[in-house]
Write a protein that binds this ligand. Sequence first.
Ligand code: GLU
Length: 493
Amino acid sequence: MNINNNNKRVRVRYAPSPTGLPHVGNVRTALFNWLFARRTNGAFIVRVEDTDQNRLVREAVAGILEGLRWLDLDWDEGPEVGGPYGPYMQSERLDIYHEAAADLIRRGHAYYCICSPERLKELRKQQSREKKNPGYDGKCQTLSERELQEYRDGGNTPVVRFKMVRDETISVDDIVRGRVDWNSNLTDDFVIIKSDGFPTYHLANVLDDHLMEITHVLRAEEWLSSTPRHIALYGALGLKPPQFGHLPMILGPDRSKLSKRHGSTALLEYRDMGYLPESMVNFMALLGWSLDDRTEILDRSALVESFSLERVVKSGAIFNIDKLEWMNGIYIRSLSPEALAGRIRDYWQLSPPTGIPQPVDMAYLCRIAPLIQPRLKTLVDAAERTEFFFKVGLDHVPKDLIQKGMDAESTRAALEESLALMGISDELGADRLEEAFEDLRLKLELSRRQFFSLLRVAITASRVSPPLFETMEVLGRDRCVDRITGAIGALRG
Ligand code: GLU
């Protein structure tokens, strides 16, 4: 199969319907189109398919574009950036669809239909009783001018139906699925212009793909069943269809279609859960595509370099959140301390943590970042892991301070000595702190576990924290002195 469509410059599109927040499955489609465009130096176009007025959600377009921007999937033509094939909102292209529908009617490929919803419902019932395929029976193909006029005079607007070809095999050479054939008789005369004057998805999609010179339609598998309608429309319009590639379904771990039941499905929820856009891009790229069945970590440039439609698979791709989390950890660890601190700051601007004063002291956060980096899975965890660095007074609990084999008195004595040690020293690096405290430990005749656990609780008020002496170095002498003093105070009760 000639995937490069006779060496024409690749033009692909992401054609979301703004009916809600973009779903990860939908964004995977955007990503594959974007990767293919960037791989081939082609154009990536965003076209908003807002023809279903009943399902329209006003804020959805903004959410869709925000999602693309978050992932840094830039578009060459579309909303905000414009382009030579615009407008890129279908609701602004109604004339085009009406003109095409009128032309189809003139040439006998479409007709007005005035059947009432009640009649259609009755028809469906009858077909189901008779175990026939459901679908329109073509009654209005023979509608007279007079009947149509009367209908209009009554203040009604007829729909327009496409006269589906009959007794033909409709075939497509799908880039992903190979050859697929359909019996044209299984498709009814579907509506192309609704009574509200808007086109249906089928007509608008086909016309715009043609007018925008789309070379490859890469879309989710759920649209495969619409493809015979589209091919028939291209035929009636006298147009050459683009190449089609239907991307595999995204499944939950139980192998059923990914849905809310499996957890979050909206792309931006993943941003809110502290995933990095680069992890999302890498993770989504592997939902139905692979480089070699082995390589998991492929950053944006590696993906652009290696993406190919030949390696898109047919079988459903499993959305495994554990893998995403693992990948996120890897991308987090690949950031420089400054970059990680920047991501954390941006994340906190989006959802401010309680207990960490905002705006955060960036110089301080840059020093904290490498300490938490090795264990961080998502940016959400950052607040919990860094909070103690920012607290002014810690809530020391005496029983947490007093270690096994020690009592309040020996604990207090060890803390007093520690305070004296901190008091006389200048700002020290982690190594020097460790040496000094190790000497003190020997002098106090405490085990490492006893003394360093005590010190850790005194300094952080928590049992889990980054390595102790590095933490102390970053906190600095004054904070450490305050904290040890606070711990001594807590022991006094
Ligand atoms: N508007 C359709 C959607 O929401 C586009 C399908 C297609 O790409 O043809 O996904």
